[in-house]
Write a protein that binds this ligand. Structure first.
Ligand code: NAG
Ligand code: NAG
Ligand code: NAG
Ligand code: NAG
Length: 388
């Protein structure tokens, strides 16, 4: 009887201990008296919806500083007084509510280093709306993100710990090179296969080449990684093709995201474009062969960039689309009278005899932060060729 009571006491204490640990982990840990929350994860894998679509919101150049203290640049004088980073936050919330994207891609200069003394705080405010929405998201860095209290490496590890973010580390040049797979529609044969691959590359910040300062570029190690990741994913797709003998599987499609345009984007000035070519293309003096690599790997249909805020066009180079997101943030430079904007990318699946198949079409449009949240420049970027 005696020993039985002791046993129960131990049992109770043990349960209480386990409960305390679980409670501790689920609410908050204290480190240096600051609460630390456990990261919230989105529902994974990323996949197409039941209606065969997957929508991405591209946010380029938020240039977030210190919130209310960071005033808007290049707005009408009558607007200046009541305009700050909070307008950027409001625009992000609005875009998320309006477009209901499945994923948000931030293409760099998310924060503007010189306007904040605490990068962590600035990142938390900048990405606040997307963390609250619970929508999975990922970010690459621009050339301004690291200009305050964190290095590029610290920024990427901080971002990778933020709620609902998807980002990783690879042992190649730069911080923030990674791929994400978007699986086929639920219930289809492709439900467990990647039909759309998203590649994120770090285009660096600044470099000095033979004594001359220029912008960063995508390095050979990154291109090697891109080639092998793309090949591996296409092989996986081939294997699926073998499994479903009755219905051919469409080749995989991919999209890429980085901050600084490649030098060839300059040539687009002479072509017919959808959107604005509002300023010179600020790119590196080094051409590291990104376009050649993209052409050779075949799956990347479109690349989404930022950096030049008043460029928001899509242009085609050797079969691959290069689209600017257009300046999103109010603390970033712009042009007076030109509304801040965001890009939306919609991938649509092909309807087979009985189920959704691979990607059939990739569309894009932009939304302006004007009174009507005007939808402009809608275009089809890529379509599965009918001669399949
Ligand atoms: C910024 O937000 C304030 C408050 O919502 C609003 O009154 C103002 O018009 C906005 N400014 C711009 C340029 O959108
Ligand atoms: C996908 O995976 C789920 C869970 O593992 C399984 O139930 C389903 O049958 C799989 N579907 C296909 C098409 O492989
Ligand atoms: C990234 O690509 C590799 C192939 O190189 C693949 O095995 C892996 O699952 C992909 N990662 C994600 C998160 O989709
Ligand atoms: C918004 O829509 C209204 C009604 O269609 C129109 O009169 C107005 O000019 C539009 N504003 C902008 C900025 O496009």
């Amino acid at each position: 009887m005696e020993s039985q009571t002791v046993k129960w006491k131990h049992y109770f204490l043990y349960l209480a201990f386990i409960y305390a640990i679980l409670y501790f982990l689920h609410t908050n840990l204290l480190l240096n008296n600051r609460p630390i929350r456990i990261k919230k994860w989105p529902h994974l894998p990323l996949r197409f919806r039941h209606d065969g679509t997957f929508k991405i919101l591209q946010v380029a150049d938020m240039h977030f500083g210190s919130g209310l203290l960071s005033r808007c640049r290049d707005v009408l004088p009558s607007h200046f007084h009541y305009c700050s980073d909070l307008n950027t936050t409001r625009f992000l919330k609005t875009m998320i509510q309006l477009e209901k994207p499945d994923f948000v891609a931030f293409t760099g200069d998310n924060i503007f280093g010189p306007s904040t003394t605490d990068a962590a705080e600035s990142l938390l405010s900048a990405f606040g709306p997307v963390m609250e929405s619970g929508i999975p998201w990922a970010a690459v860095l621009g050339n301004h993100d690291q200009e305050s209290s964190m290095t590029r490496e610290e920024l990427m590890s901080f971002i990778s710990l933020m709620d609902y973010s998807l980002g990783m580390f690879l042992d190649i040049d730069g911080f923030g090179n990674y791929n994400l797979s978007v699986y086929g529609a639920p219930g289809s044969h492709l439900a467990n296969s990647s039909v759309l691959n998203l590649f994120f590359l770090d285009s660096g910040d600044r470099e000095t080449v033979q004594g001359v300062r220029t912008y960063g570029w995508i390095k050979e190690s990154q291109l090697n990684w891109l080639r092998s990741a793309s090949r591996e994913l296409q092989v996986q797709n081939q294997e699926v093709k073998y499994v479903i003998k009755t219905q051919p599987v469409d080749a995989s499609a991919a999209l890429a995201f980085f901050h600084i345009p490649i030098p060839e984007v300059r040539q687009l000035y002479y072509q017919k474009l959808v959107g604005r070519f509002g300023e010179g293309v600020a790119c590196s003096s080094v051409n590291s062969g990104v376009l050649k690599t993209l052409v050779s790997i075949k799956d990347v249909k479109a690349v989404f960039i930022g950096h030049d805020h008043t460029n928001d066009f899509c242009g085609n180079l050797e079969g691959i689309w290069f689209c600017y997101g257009g300046g999103f943030g109010y603390h970033g430079y712009g042009r007076i009278g030109l509304a801040r904007r965001a890009r939306v990318i919609l991938a649509e699946l092909r309807k087979g005899d009985k189920e959704w198949m691979g990607v059939e079409r990739i569309k894009t449009w932009k939304r302006l932060d004007d009174e009507n949240l005007s939808k402009i420049d809608e275009q089809v970027l890529w379509e599965l060729s009918p001669s399949r």
